[in-house]
Design a protein around this ligand. Structure first.
Ligand SMILES: *Cc1c(COP(=O)(O)O)cnc(C)c1O
Length: 379
């Protein structure tokens, strides 16, 4: 029986050609021709003022925290149902993550709970577009405007997704993308900071280049290249950018292919009589088929399903443990309320394998889910 992994990185076939070109043109450090081309592609795709490649989405979020001048004690509102980097990036500046519950439908931060979590210490809201499905950005941007808060989009899963026709990553003041190999568009490790607020653009370049004005120097805008601010080394080398450019070139086709896989699962789930809940995509959202998940009735039902699928050679996995109740979350953060939806979803969500090339095995997967879950119901 052939094993079906949860993830399988998709290669376009053009990556090595690009890497060979980077190799022969001899520019291997960051910000060479491949990086500049990736910046231009991302700026056009997302419609952002400035895209800057980073070595990860984590790095882009850390840059965002530096750019916003967060100081110890400042608060950043975010979901608890997210990856650790969403919180860690701010904790590294001494800021306090304030964890808010998520919506039952999209599993994104519940925008109706944010206002009550705002204090005089609140500086920013960091939203996460779970599964590449947008948060309710109109309400969130409106709220942020009224309280003078920054909005950062953790759009790690959101490339090629949109909210009311606007690309994810183009709506907040800042946004972060991920090109980790588990995402839709990949470069192994990789990410980008998207700067939509023009006032932050020049300083973003400086922070990314170890706190120097190197970018301005290379553009001939200053005649000395010197230390002007805090910063670190956040940029990837050209080999990574060369790989990424091949993926960006194929981005629309990759997204369409994933959508086919996603729809196969969804067509099955729609007609299945099992006790499962399928993903909800609000009318305002165009998603990118980053993830197909199911919600089971209970933790027991999910454990039974994951182990039953494993016995059939199929790797399905759960996702985030709530950050607010994790050891570091308790130490560095604060929960706003009891977060019942976060706790429930963390116990009951299961992600199905989703990658290009899996199409012919999807029937085997859905048959196995039907078999395993009806066994449980009979027991
Ligand atoms: C993947 C992911 C990250 C981290 O991305 P890296 O590129 O691995 O640093 C952050 N936030 C979310 C929501 C993610 O899904």
């Amino acid at each position: 029986m052939e094993k079906i992994p949860f993830n399988k990185p998709y290669m376009t076939g053009k990556e090595l050609d690009n890497i060979a070109r980077a190799h022969s043109n001899g520019h291997l450090s960051g910000d060479g021709p491949f990086t500049h081309e990736c910046h231009a592609r991302l700026e056009a795709l997302v419609g952002t003022k400035k895209a800057l490649l980073t070595h990860s989405c984590t790095a882009a979020l850390e840059m965002a925290a530096i750019l916003l001048d967060l100081a110890p004690g400042d608060e950043v509102i975010m979901p608890s149902y997210t990856f650790v980097s969403t919180a860690n990036a701010f904790v590294l500046r001494g800021a306090i993550p304030v964890f808010v519950d998520i919506r039952e439908d999209t599993l994104n931060i519940d925008e109706t709970l944010i206002e009550n979590a705002i204090t005089e210490k609140t500086k920013a809201i960091c939203v996460v577009h779970y599964a590449g499905v947008s948060c309710e950005m109109d309400s969130i941007m409106d709220l942020a405007g009224r309280y003078g808060l920054y909005v950062i989009e953790d759009a790690a899963q959101g490339i090629f997704s949109a909210y009311k026709g606007r690309a994810l990553g183009s709506i907040g003041h800042l946004a972060a993308l991920s090109f980790h190999e588990t995402k839709n568009i990949i470069s192994g490790e990789g990410g980008a900071l998207l700067v939509n607020d023009e006032r932050l653009a020049e300083r973003a370049e400086i922070i990314r280049e170890k706190g120097t004005n190197r970018s301005r120097f290379f553009r001939g805008q200053v005649d000395k290249y010197t230390w002007v601010d805090v910063g670190s080394s956040f940029l990837p080398g050209e080999i990574t950018a060369a790989f990424l450019l091949a993926q960006l070139d194929a981005g629309a086709a990759i997204t369409a292919g994933r959508m086919g896989v996603w729809s196969n699962y969804d067509n099955w789930a729609t007609s299945s009589s099992l006790a499962i809940r399928r993903p909800v995509i609000p009318d305002a959202c165009t998603h990118n088929a980053h993830m197909y998940y199911l919600l089971t009735e209970s933790l027991d039902a999910r454990t039974h399903l994951i182990s039953g699928l494993r016995e059939s050679g199929i790797q399905a996995v759960f996702h985030y443990l709530p950050l607010h109740s994790s050891p570091a979350g308790r130490l560095y953060g604060r929960a706003h309320g009891d977060l019942p939806v976060t706790i429930k979803v963390s116990d009951t969500l299961v992600r199905l394998p989703l990658w290009l090339g899996i199409e012919s095995a999807q029937q085997r997967i859905t048959d196995a889910i039907e078999r395993v879950m009806s066994q449980e119901r009979a027991a």
